[in-house]
Design a protein around this ligand. Structure first.
Ligand SMILES: Cc1cc2nc3c(=O)[nH]c(=O)nc-3n(C[C@H](O)[C@H](O)[C@H](O)COP(=O)(O)OP(=O)(O)OC[C@H]3O[C@@H](n4cnc5c(N)ncnc54)[C@H](O)[C@@H]3O)c2cc1C
Ligand code: SF4
Length: 333
């Protein structure tokens, strides 16, 4: 139950200097191995003893996983690049401001400097029942404490809950889905590319994982295509307090507007489901429409269709409706 804090259990630590070495270790140790990026999520789990692992494979020494490259197709961000570097990179700030702003909104400068983008998108949910070591569905048990009578669930999901009502914690993930990012994943067997929208998964697909990453896989890079480069964009994070905190909800939008008419759009809301939720109904409804009050009203209405609030999170319905309206209005302002 996590009573012993700040005292990690023992594990074997491997610090490979090359990607192939890291992949070979993952292949050999299978689900016994834990991949380590900046450690900000990992050490929380291990110190609280809410999770343990016999083997840690530290990616910190693998230089090829770090760095941001701009090429004619877009931007490629190594999986071990810090969240800080993503937030402050001049090309990202100019061409993909929605990504820069989402990275800038993560926690504190210290956490952004130590935390990697791979770790940020692969981090586990912050549901505090689960974080405290309660044996819920996601932890392999047979109940959800956050959805029990009297449970404290104001941070939890409105959409797509299937037994588990936890939400995605990553601010950056919302922007990556909006930008149609591709996640480059390596195993010993080769490389594959997964669309960001398929990389993040809900409990109906796998209640024990929040991403499509397998235990022998490494997120080597994230690529952002030029599709939405320099288009009108908006990012907003709503949190309980202005200093560092996880999002109650966040929204990322990119629009293609010509002659005042929306040609295409991506609108994604985080903090309301286990994965960043693309508002596809909204996107199709606003295509071909002028940006005016009627369009915004329709967008807000569609954004919350099908929402199923829990006892304490109904406020997220109005929040989502208004964030989506604002994401369209402000992106085009
Ligand atoms: C106090 C605090 C406040 C925070 N506030 C926010 C916030 O407001 N918004 C936000 O978005 N985040 C927030 N975070 C989360 C923080 O940004 C992430 O914990 C951090 O980015 C994780 O990165 P890391 O490199 O430290 O990951 P690690 O802890 O090293 O790894 C996290 C997970 O990702 C896996 N992993 C890491 N890298 C890879 C890879 N390349 N391939 C495959 N798997 C990988 C690990 O196995 C682990 O499961 C906060 C964290 C703390 C501690
Ligand atoms: S919301 Fe999910 S993670 Fe939280 S207690 Fe319920 S099953 Fe566990």
């Amino acid at each position: 139950m996590g009573e012993i804090r700040d005292m990690m259990g023992t594990f074997e630590l491997y610090q490979p200097m090359e990607l192939d070495g890291a992949l070979d270790l993952l292949r050999r140790h299978g689900s016994d191995a834990w991949v380590l990026g900046g450690g900000l999520d990992t050490f929380g789990w291990l110190k609280d003893r809410a999770k343990s692992t016999p083997v840690v494979v530290d990616l910190g020494g693998i230089a090829e996983l770090r760095g941001i490259q701009v090429n004619e197709d877009g931007v490629r961000i190594g999986g071990l690049t810090s969240v800080w570097d993503v937030a402050t990179h001049p090309d990202i700030a100019t061409r993909f401001p929605v990504l820069a702003r989402s990275a800038e909104s993560v926690a504190t400068p210290q956490i952004r400097t130590q935390g990697t983008i791979g770790g940020n998108v692969a981090q586990d949910t912050r549901c505090w029942y689960y974080r405290s070591g309660w044996p819920c569905y996601r932890a392999g048990g047979n109940t959800c404490y956050a959805n029990a009578p009297g449970a404290l669930n104001r941070e939890h999901a409105l959409f797509e809950s299937s037994r588990c009502v936890a939400v995605t914690p990553s601010d950056v993930a919302t922007a990556l889905v909006a930008l149609d990012a591709e996640m480059e994943i390596r195993t010993v067997g080769g490389t594959k590319s997964v669309r960001a929208r398929d990389f993040f998964i809900g409990p109906a697909i796998d209640i024990r994982r929040m991403t499509a990453l397998g235990s022998d896989e490494i997120l080597t890079a994230i690529t952002i295509p030029n599709t939405w480069a320099s288009k009108p964009a908006y990012y907003e994070k709503v949190q309980d307090r202005k200093s560092w905190d996880f999002a109650l909800a966040n929204v990322a939008s990119v629009l293609d507007v010509q002659g005042g008419v929306i040609q295409d759009a991506r609108i994604v809301v985080g903090g309301v489901a286990a994965r960043p939720l693309r508002m596809e109904r909204v996107e199709s409804a606003i295509r071909g429409r002028a940006i005016n009050e009627a369009t915004l009203e329709e967008a807000g209405r569609l954004a919350v269709q099908g929402a199923r609030p829990l006892q304490y999170n109904a406020y997220k319905i109005a929040l989502t409706r208004n964030l989506v309206k604002r994401a369209i209005r402000e992106a085009s302002a």
